[in-house]
Design a protein around this ligand. Structure first.
Ligand code: SF4
Ligand code: SF4
Length: 441
């Protein structure tokens, strides 16, 4: 069952969304624009201009579900939901038994991520790479989440290590501060990429929290947020994953649940409530989980609002960097930028300001990185074209380092970072990684 969305009826075809839409800007094809997609859906319902299913499928599958059009639309047309609903319908209609997307999705569904790691290792064998014509990320260490729930005490100092929880034997135990009202207790939702592919981001996120006096709970049962599934029309799997995640945190006394992946927070905050209703068995748990989950940046702003001093760090070597704002980093409801970096990049600016030695340079347009989750899997060459446009503005800023805060962006930016300096890759990192590094210095 798709969600109820009639906002497309408000589209007046004004075209304000065209300049920001990455799929339209590949070749200026109206079928690949937000208003073109609205037109297709209207056509579908009125039968005034019958379109072949293939054409509808092409238009919908080439939407990155980035939501950039929604941010500029004067009539609140909810394009992402419209596209997701069309994909769900198409999936039910076509129901292909095999596709590369489906294979990738089945791999992602495996909670322990053994299949994901094995698949990526195979994809990185030189002749397989040559055959497929694509780069796939290589898992950078052991998965962050293991076989047991973890609790990290406030002020526990984590060194760089693939499994910090097991380093000092302290992590797995009951909270030492059960009744301390002055200590924030949060859950950490890693998402599949920051668990299995880039686990250092999870280590750095937890370290940044504990060093700021926050206690962190990491349940072993969590898995993929489901975004790759809903963006492929797989509503059933999306809902199964959502329920699994909500139940993993159920009943824990947590002030917030924090994630460092912008796409995970988009999926959980915005999409979970749309695809569940009172008739669903775990509706209450889904709503509770969705309301409690916030981005790491929003959480630090909450700490500040509650009178906590956010710790300052210092880099050993000064770095000039750019921050790529992920399309899905949009949840900043009551945030008023005050500092220079907050004005430049929004909520993450609070943390950027705390890193002595970090100099952020502006990006002229902040184009989309081209990842789009399953878009990169299904349309790698088109995805690369969008990433290349991103690098035109990065080149202008000539940074020593590229920072961001989304797993998909991290992958595409890392993948193409060699194009800046004649195949000499420029480091790409999560801002929380640089912050953790500055705290360790
Ligand atoms: S900005 Fe909104 S109303 Fe204007 S064309 Fe795009 S979707 Fe339609
Ligand atoms: S969600 Fe992104 S790719 Fe899709 S129509 Fe909107 S701007 Fe274009």
């Amino acid at each position: 069952m798709s969600s109820e969305n009639k906002t497309y009826l408000n589209c007046v075809h004004c075209g304000k969304c065209l300049p920001v839409c990455p799929s339209y800007n590949i070749g200026f094809n109206e079928f690949l624009s937000p208003r073109g997609r609205v037109r297709i859906v209207l056509t579908d319902y009125t039968d005034s201009l019958p379109l072949k299913a293939g054409k509808v499928q092409e238009s919908m599958s080439l939407c990155l579900m980035c939501g950039r059009c929604e941010k500029v639309c004067p009539n609140d047309v909810n394009l992402v939901e419209l596209v997701a609903n069309e994909k769900i319908k198409l999936e039910e209609f076509t129901n292909k038994s095999f596709s590369s997307d489906k294979l990738a999705l089945n791999i992602l569904k495996n909670k322990r991520e053994i299949l994901l790691k094995t698949a990526l290792k195979i994809a990185n064998i030189p002749f397989v790479k040559k055959l497929s014509g694509r780069n796939s990320p290589m898992p950078e260490g052991k998965s962050f989440i293991g076989k047991r729930d973890l609790i990290f005490n406030a002020d526990t100092s984590l060194e760089k290590s693939p499994s910090p929880s097991l380093k000092n034997g302290k992590a797995i135990r009951q909270s030492a501060v059960e009744d301390d009202k002055n200590i924030f207790k949060v859950g950490y939702f890693s998402g599949c990429v920051f668990n299995g592919i880039y686990p250092q981001i999870s280590i750095d996120t937890v370290a940044s929290l504990t060093k700021n006096g926050v206690e962190v709970f990491v349940p072993k049962m969590q898995g993929c947020c489901g975004l790759p599934f809903i963006s492929s029309g797989g509503l059933k799997s999306f809902k199964e994953l959502a329920v699994n995640n909500a139940l993993a945190f159920k009943g824990k006394k947590l002030d917030y649940i924090v994630t460092s992946c912008a796409s995970c927070s988009y999926s959980i905050n915005k999409l979970y409530p749309k695809y569940f209703n009172e008739n669903d068995e775990n509706y209450t748990e889904i709503l509770d989980f969705s309301k409690k989950l916030i981005s790491i940046w929003s959480f630090f702003n909450q700490l500040k609002k509650n009178g906590f001093e956010i710790k300052k760090g210092k880099l050993d070597n000064e770095a000039e960097a750019v921050f790529h704002i992920p399309c899905h980093l949009s949840n900043m409801p009551d945030f008023k930028p005050a500092t220079v970096y907050e004005k430049l990049i929004g909520e993450p600016g609070l943390i950027a300001d705390k890193i002595e030695g970090l100099k952020l340079k502006p990006l002229r347009y902040n184009y989309c990185c081209g990842n789009g989750g399953m878009f990169n899997v299904g349309h790698y060459e088109l995805s690369k074209k969008i990433t290349k446009r991103k690098f035109e503005e990065i080149k202008e800023a000539a940074p020593q380092e590229i920072l961001t805060s989304c797993s998909g962006c991290l992958f595409s930016l890392k993948d193409q970072s060699g194009i800046l300096k004649h195949n000499q890759s420029i480091p790409v990192n999560h801002l929380i990684g640089i912050y953790a590094r500055s705290l360790r210095s």
